[in-house]
Structure formats: structure tokens, C-alpha cells
Ligand binder design. Sequence first.
Ligand code: BGP
Length: 482
Amino acid sequence: MESSTKFPKDFLWGAASAAYQIEGAPTADGKGPSIWDTFAKILGKTKNGTNGDIAVDHYHRYHEDVELMQKMGLKAYRFSIAWSRIIPDGDGAINQAGLQFYVDLVADLKAHGVEPVVTLYHWDLPQALQDKYGGWESRQVIAAFAKYCRVVFERLGADVKYWVTFNEQNVFTALGYRWASHPPNVKDIKRMYAANHIVNLANATAINLFHKLVPNGLIGPSFGYGEVYPATSDPNDVLAAVNANQFNNDWWMDVYCRGTYPVKIMKTLQTLGIAPEVTSADDQLLKSAHPDFIGLNYYHGGTVEAPTMTTPAHTKQLTNIDPYLMAGDAENGITPEKLLFHSVENPHLEKTSFGWEIDPIGFQVAFRQIYEKYQLPIFVTENGLGAFDQLTEKHQVHDDYRIKYLQQHLLALKGALDDGVPVIGYCAWSFTDLLSWLNGYDKRYGFVYVDRNDTDAKSLTRYPKDSYYWYQKVIASDGKTL
Ligand code: BGP
């Protein structure tokens, strides 16, 4: 049946980025170092030693990028603020020059008809807070975060309506504290759950502060959500999928939206001696904060069968391809996964050239699950295809594979609108090409090609890809050309 729903007139057709992945200029105008500035310099941690020192030089070329957004007809642009530009040592003096960069960017976006969407934390903690307090493992960082948030809410709150607290808390805590593949380079699952709880408290604190200071704005976390399917209709596999969804998704989403942790997962972590300590004051704080929307970052979900205490060889295939799917066998001994579910391949799904499953129906499932559970509007803050692109001699990029991916996912989003789910907008990842944290500059996501590679920053010239012109038409037609 033909769907009848139209995209709302005020639908935010957008694209996204993050400070460390685009800005460069790591010491400009008084910026302090972040944990990513430090981590990316550790030998062997990133692909070919790539880092964000130059990135795509957005700090100096933002005006050109904003003009490209306007030409495309983009309605919203999601970017993150580098905390250590605003407060170089994390919780001390405010650096007006750093703040001015974002004031200017917001003004430029608005002058070009693009709605700014600001992420407060996209993984680049000031290094000084790591050194002084031990980063997110210390409750002192909550106060530091609140101080930084207050500064930017007061300065930008009148001009920016949409705010994201934390980007993919599930990803940065796991990769940073469990797998040592992001800063602060820790491999300790107990410390991961402790740090994650502190981030939850910081998230709730920021939301409450925001509602006091910016009563007309909207704020929510951006979560890396992926629905987990049972491998078969064997009830053991179905139960494993329930476990996996609670472990991968609800462990964060329930806290954001209800202020509680799912009981089964909490019990499992307690059994293993790795559960976070939650005081009654924590409990009250978590329950007091109410996000206005859920930011949905969607790439793919997973598939599981009943858990096994042994680790079969096929688990191995998943490691190192996709950090989201890293299963428990990198650790010795019992992990929560081994008790709850066992990840397997999904034979029904194709994969990207980087090994990520392509699953637009899972996107529609995500909307349905999130909305019916939490009754909050959903703002897609990331979705996109990482691929090797070829720049032709005529400076074109024929990325029909990306167009296909985006089209399938936007049609799934429209399916969710048809189902009655309120969706505020869609920010494709990403606007320009940018640094992929662990994959360097060859895993490209942008609508705009940037002339650089892992080893050579080259000219950094911007070239719109075929997907740029395709999205331009989609936006101009309010989605009718999809
Ligand atoms: C998300 C991050 C983004 C971006 C994206 C693509 O997890 O929020 O910052 O990097 O994934 O990931 P990757 O660059 O690893 O392909």
C-alpha cells in the first residue's frame, strides 16, 4: 500500500559532525588539549597514526562549509562543542576566544537558514580533567561538566533551540573503559560501569540545568541504538534477544527516560561484582531529569542466540571489524554477554565494505520500540554509510551506493511517520568527509568530499558528491522525490 503520510513541513533535514573529527586547530585561540589529542598520538592506536590535528580544517573553513550547507538547502546542522576550547583546563577560566568560534558559527548558520543543533559532549574530555580527577571515573567531573554547560547555555541558549547532552554514551564508555580502543585507554569492565554511572549523573544534571536556563529549548541524549534480533524462533534465542536488548539498549535508555536501570542486567552485573554503586541521591537525580527528545544514532543492530559459556570461533569473526559488536571473548573469564546472549551473523543482511550490516527495517523497528516505550519524540542525530569514495578527474564522486543507503533509511523513517511516531528530523552522518576515529580519512561518510588522505592533508578542497545533489532534491521536495 502507498503511504499517505508526508514529511512534516518543518522537518529538520540535516547533517552532522563532531568537533575532533572536523575542526583541526588543536591549540588555536587558547584551546587546551583533550583526551583525544593525547590518545591519537599513542603509537598503534589509530589507523596509520591519523589524528585530528588538521582534520578537515573546519575551524578555519567553517564559512565555506556553511555556504555549501545553504546551497544544498540543509535545514539543520548538528555539530559538537570542544569543551577544552571553552574551558581549556576543564573547570577553570573561561576562554572567550574559544567560545567566540561557536558564537560565530551559530550566527553564520542562522544567517544561512540552517538550524544549529549543538552536542555538548562528543568524546573529547579536556585532558586536564583526566589528569586531575581521573576523568569520568570521578564525580568531580560532574560539577566541571555543569560549569561548562552553564557557560554555553548562557551564551548560546537564546540562539540554539536543539541540544544534545552526550553522544553515544554506550560507545565511548565501552571503547574507552572496557576495550582500551578509545581514551582513556582502560581495559576494565567494572571501571566502565562505574564511569558510565557517573556520566548518567552528569547527563541528568545537565538536563535539569538546561531546563532552568533555557526554558524554550529542547535537549536530549544521542544514543547509539541497535535492535537485537533472535537468530531463530527457539524460545531460548528469543530470551537471549530480550537479554541483549536490555543489555545493549535499555541499560542506557531506561536511565535516560525513566531514571532506572533494567533489573535483570543490574542483577547480572551484581553477580559478577561489576555493578555500579547507586546511592539514593543518585536515584533521585536520575528520576528528576526528563529529556525532551531522544537523539537516535542508527547504524545497525545485532543478532543473538542462547548464551553459551564457551566462546565459539564465530564470535571471533566479529571482533576488530566493528567496535559495536565486540563480543566478550577479548576478556578472560565470565562476562555479562556469556551469561546473557551469544552474538551471531545475520544471514539476511548485506554488509558495507567496512563490515557493518545494512538494515533499514531495523531503523523502523528502532523508532517503533523507542517511541512506544518512552513516548518521546525522536530526532535522528546520525545515520549514514562509511565507504571508500573515488574522486574522478572531473572532481566528481559517483556515490550511488550512499544514495541507495540513505534513501532506504529515509523510507524506513517515513514508514515510522506513517506508523504514527513523531520524528523531528534526520541528520545524516556526515556533512563533509571527516576523520573516522579508528579508520582514518579513507572511511568517508560526507555529502561533500574533502581532498585529503591519511598521510597527506593535501589541498582540503571541498567537492560536492552526487549524494549532495540528491539530498538537495529530497529536501527541496520535502521528501517527495524519495
Ligand atoms: C558514531 C560516532 C560518530 C562517527 C560514526 C561513524 O559512533 O558518533 O562520531 O564516527 O559513529 O563511525 P566510524 O567513524 O567508526 O565509522
